[in-house]
Design a protein. Structure first.
Length: 477
């Protein structure tokens, strides 16, 4: 073990923060930029983001959401139009005040999110019912100048995301869109990244600034801290009124549109890493793994070289749509290669020695469980596909069990403090819904209400009045 650690990771997964920083660099996922809080996205991580984009683009197409692009800079006067929104974002906005040696007449915000610039345009384009619904998405980056400490993917000053913005003739339609978006995110997280989540709504305090309410998906990390995975906002008419986005019906009556916005950022990649990785390194779900299978020929002096057979197999796998690679480096031992690919999180390894070539067999080694099995080369494609789909499923199932084990019912503030202190995960409490009670939870425990479900059962954990919500409380990233 000590030997493998020298070549691999110094940190143990128990020290999640150190482990996370080390694995991101060693696996070639990211590097730090000269400007603090900004990161460089390297090919393996860019590949995963690309897979998420492809999947979401297909799904959004089915929803009638089209891709578009809006400018990076937003005039201050526009950002100010919805006051709650402006107040919520101002502390984190980066401003452009000069161009060359000219001071600008109006300072321009580097977009922290694009509601205001997009809705200015929406008001130009929407006039009648035939202009609705309008559903546009953009894949871009936004800048939020975080004052708290940054962490790659999880909290960076610039991050990649998609932001979709829809406008509808009716409230019901908008509501359904906000829910459909949340369901889409749940599928992205489950089908691609094998991340189980709790689904719910944000409280007034925690909602998106400017929204009527916010739906959220929350995941739980192994260190007992929650992480917000994606949000979908019901904007109601909060933006359509100040931005004058309205349509005139058949009878000549004017109606403001109903809107939603929803986003998913690259922090889901960070969560995937923290959730599935182990002390050997990354464990990447097969659906998004840049390399799904690595083939390692094992060469013995005086025996036939299995490399040509490994190449043939890799070719066969590639033709079947599997991302395969033969590690032919002759200055590295098989053991070294095993460790390296394990550290990089490749889901499946195929070992082929001279005797395997003779017998027409190969050894499959799973990254997630370390299990080894023998399969016939003649069935390589089927065997590999089975193994990959089994790994994908079992990563999700394992994570789901873990999540369930980290949800605890708690009925007093003392119990809650204890649960938060020992990082047990989500504490489920009854809440009346008053801001004071929510503040009290934060003041006494340092934890926040991650999401709530409507429920009239029981009494508020803080004030004892009848509850309105079941709330999931936890410290969070
Ligand atoms: Zn209360």
């Amino acid at each position: 073990m000590a030997q493998s650690n020298e070549r691999g990771l110094q940190s143990s997964k128990e020290d999640l923060s150190d482990w996370y920083s080390e694995i991101l660099i060693k696996s070639g996922f990211i590097d730090f930029s000269p400007v603090g809080g900004f990161i460089v996205l390297l090919p393996p991580a860019a590949f995963i983001w690309e897979r998420i984009r492809e999947y979401m683009n297909r799904e959004m197409e089915k929803m009638g959401v089209k891709n578009s692009y809006f400018p990076l800079l937003i005039p201050e006067s526009l950002l100010k139009k919805e006051s709650e929104h402006f107040a919520g974002f101002t502390p984190e906005v980066a401003w452009v005040t000069e161009a060359g040696d000219q001071k600008l007449d109006e300072r321009l915000a580097v977009r922290p999110t694009s509601e205001t610039i997009m809705y200015t345009m929406y008001s130009k384009w929407i006039h009648g019912t035939s202009d609705l619904p309008l559903k546009l998405n953009q894949w871009n980056s936004v800048v939020r100048w975080e004052t708290s400490s940054t962490r790659p993917f999880i909290r960076t000053k610039e991050f990649l995301w998609q932001e979709a913005h829809t406008a509808h003739a009716t409230e019901d339609e908008a509501l359904k869109q906000a829910q459909d978006a949340l369901d889409l995110y749940e599928r992205v997280l489950k089908d691609l990244l094998a991340i189980p989540v709790i689904k719910g709504r944000k409280t007034e305090k925690e909602k998106f600034k400017g929204a009527v309410f916010t739906y959220t998906l929350e995941a739980m990390m192994p260190d007992g801290k929650a992480i917000q995975m994606a949000t979908s906002h019901m904007l109601g008419q909060n933006f359509s009124v100040p931005f004058e986005i309205a349509y005139v019906d058949d009878k000549g009556n004017k109606h403001y549109v109903w809107q939603t916005s929803w986003g998913l950022s690259w922090r889901v990649i960070g969560a995937m890493i923290m959730l599935h990785g182990d002390s050997k390194g990354l464990v990447i779900p097969p659906e998004v793994a840049p390399l799904q299978v690595v083939l390692v020929p094992i060469i013995y002096k005086g025996k036939p070289d299995p490399t040509p057979r490994a190449r043939e197999l890799a070719h066969e796998l590639e033709l079947a749509g599997i991302r395969a690679y033969v590690d032919e480096r002759n200055d590295k031992t098989p053991g070294y290669k095993y460790n390296e690919w394990e550290m990089r999180g490749v889901p499946l390894r195929i070992e082929i020695g001279p005797r395997d070539v003779e017998r027409g067999t190969m050894v499959l080694a799973r990254r997630d469980t370390g299990e080894k099995s023998v399969a016939n080369m003649a069935d390589a494609v089927a065997a590999v596909k089975d193994a990959l789909s089994s790994i994908q499923k079992s990563l999700y199932e394992k994570a789901k069990q873990k999540l369930s084990s980290m949800i605890n019912e708690v009925s007093t503030l003392d119990e809650l403090s204890e649960a938060v202190k020992s990082r047990k995960g989500f504490s489920v409490v009854n809440l009346c819904g008053d801001r004071e009670c929510e503040d009290k939870i934060y003041d006494t425990t340092g934890a926040t209400v991650r999401c709530v479900e409507e429920s009239a059962e029981g009494k508020c954990i803080v004030c004892g009045r009848p509850a309105r919500y079941r709330a999931y409380v936890s410290k969070a990233y």
